[in-house]
Structures are given as C-alpha cells and as structure tokens.
Design a protein around this ligand. Structure first.
Ligand SMILES: Cc1cc2nc3c(=O)[nH]c(=O)nc-3n(C[C@H](O)[C@H](O)[C@H](O)COP(=O)(O)O)c2cc1C
Length: 194
C-alpha cells in the first residue's frame, strides 16, 4: 500500500469533540485502528490539544500566489503544526459531535482555518491549492438518530460543513453513501452516522 508520496500512506484522525474520551473519540480511534491494521501510518489528533485561533478573515492566505499552502497571518498551532501534517498526509478521518445540528465550535474553527488550502479565483469561488490524491472520511456523532428526529436530516449540516472544505481543498470524500450506525454497545451515549 502506497500513499501520495509513494511511501506508506499516512492517515490522520482529527477529532472535533471537546471530550477526549467521548463517543466521537471512540469512533475515530476505531476507524484509525482499522487504517493502522491495514498498514497505514496513523496519528490521532484532538483539536482540543491545539491552540487554534479564530480565522480573522484577512484573506491574506486567499491570494493566488502559486503556493501549495497559503500564508496565514496568524501564528499558532494551526500554522506551525496542523497545516503541515495535513499537507503530508494521504487521508483524513474527520469527526465531530452534532451540536445543534451542526459541527462543534472546535471543528468549525478548524474548518475555517483550512482556507489556507484554497485560493480565490474570483466569481467562480475558491480553488484548491492541493493536488488531488488525499481522501477523507467524515463522521458525525449525535444523540438523535434520523429515525426519531422530527428534523429529518438532522446531521446534514455537520456533514455539509466538513464536506464543503474538503471539496474546495481537493480532498475527496471517501464513499458517497451515508450510513446510520447504531452502536449502543460501543457508544452508550448516542447513535452515530457516517
Ligand atoms: C451543545 C450540544 C448540542 C447538541 N446538539 C445535538 C444535536 O443537534 N443533535 C444530536 O443528535 N445530538 C446533539 N447533542 C448530543 C451530542 O451530539 C452527543 O451527546 C454526542 O455523543 C457528543 O459527542 P462526544 O461524545 O464525542 O462528546 C448535543 C450536545 C451538546 C453538548
């Protein structure tokens, strides 16, 4: 098995829950373990452990300067560490709890800062800086399943938020089917949807 770099593939799990022993963490840990068992190099990332400032919207990074990564004006753990890890990975496993039918604030902040992997192409919207090849799996964990929710696709927005940045950054979503998993034995506090 070879990654985009021609070496062993590197897979990162990125957890957007503030609870490091919560359901999202359990799920991502299992998914990452699967990647490891299949021969990938793996790294488990909890966004909570990183100092990531809010995107200030300066759009300095959003200029088409031909670089693979836009230059962010903020200097924090996103610029010094996470962006580099993402640049050098082959796959991402992104996970967030559903918070009021959206991603957690921690995940949203991370998504906003991923703008460095895009640039402005005018009226056509953001263009990707990254070459194709990276893939992502998205997980949303919630206490409310599709079946009992009066909102129907209650987990739609968190998926869409993560899907949006991956698409604009040229990171393909792995698989197109959404599946509802109900795993009370694994996740006593909630159901989960991938
Ligand atoms: C602020 C907040 C908002 C929540 N909103 C939703 C929601 O809209 N839909 C849902 O299914 N669960 C919702 N939940 C429940 C969590 O998604 C659920 O408990 C999940 O397992 C938490 O993930 P964690 O165990 O990784 O922390 C909410 C929980 C919190 C704390």
């Amino acid at each position: 098995m070879k990654g985009v770099t021609g070496m062993k593939p590197k897979i990162l799990s990125i957890c957007g829950s503030p609870r490091k022993d919560g359901n999202t963490a359990v799920l991502l840990h299992e998914a990452l373990k699967g990647a490891g068992d299949a021969g990938a190099e793996t790294e488990e990332i909890f966004l909570l452990d990183y100092n990531i400032g809010f995107c200030d919207g300066c759009e300095k990074c959003y200029v088409n300067d031909g670089r693979d990564i836009g230059e962010c004006s903020l200097k924090d753990d996103m610029t010094s560490s996470l962006v580099d890890k993402i640049y050098h990975c082959d796959g991402l496993i992104l996970g967030t709890p559903s918070y009021w039918s959206n991603v957690s604030a921690i995940m949203k902040n991370f998504i906003d800062r991923m703008i460095v992997f895009t640039y402005d192409r005018g009226d056509c919207g953001p263009a990707p800086r990254l070459k194709p090849g990276r893939k992502a799996m998205l997980y949303v964990v919630g206490a409310v399943s599709y079946r009992v929710s009066s909102f129907g696709g209650v987990h739609y927005l968190p998926f869409q938020a993560m899907n949006c940045i991956c698409t604009f950054a040229n990171i393909d979503i792995f698989g197109t089917q959404r599946k509802l998993l109900i795993c009370p034995e694994l996740l006593p506090q909630g159901n989960l949807t991938t």
